[in-house]
Design a protein. Structure first.
Length: 156
């Protein structure tokens, strides 16, 4: 179920890589006892990167950049009611085309990135957070974890 869709301005650094991409598609936002968890299905991004032959490092930086933008946007929305936010970026792995149904087979879902950070009321980020995020670097107080196995599987 798609709860919301958020459009972001793409910075000059990431623009060539993300030109023509759809806005991030948030699948679900859950509230837990610890805080909110947002799931972003980045499958359309990964599929385009693979189809275009985008180098893994460049694709990963672009995904980090978009994930950070999504995290900051949600942090601002949720900071009045939640104490913690976790963003999970995943993609569906596909395989060969099924002869019977003429569609790609799904080989599973891979968690690619995790962003974690504490929230507080009237939260704000440094003025240059977007410029820094365009290089795949999260703002202070936000931890970014990359699942290297999933990065390796993006191009398979």
């Amino acid at each position: 179920m798609i709860l919301s869709s958020i459009a972001f301005a793409v910075l000059a650094f990431a623009q060539p890589v993300l030109a023509g991409f759809p806005p991030p598609r948030t699948i679900q936002t859950y509230r837990t006892g610890v805080g909110a968890v947002v799931f972003w299905d980045a499958t359309p991004y990964v599929e385009r990167f693979v189809a275009r032959g985008t180098p893994s490092a460049e694709a990963l930086t672009a995904l980090k950049s978009e994930a950070i933008r999504l995290f900051v946007s949600r942090a601002m929305q949720l900071s009045g009611s939640e104490r913690h936010l976790r963003l999970i970026v995943s993609f569906a792995r596909t395989g060969a085309i099924n002869a019977r149904y003429q569609t790609r087979t799904i080989e599973g879902v891979q968690d690619l990135l995790f962003l974690d950070g504490g929230l507080r009321k009237k939260m704000h980020f440094a003025r240059d957070w977007e410029r820094i995020a365009s290089r795949g670097i999260p703002p202070a107080g936000v931890r970014l974890t990359v699942n290297r196995d999933a990065v390796d599987r993006m191009s398979q």
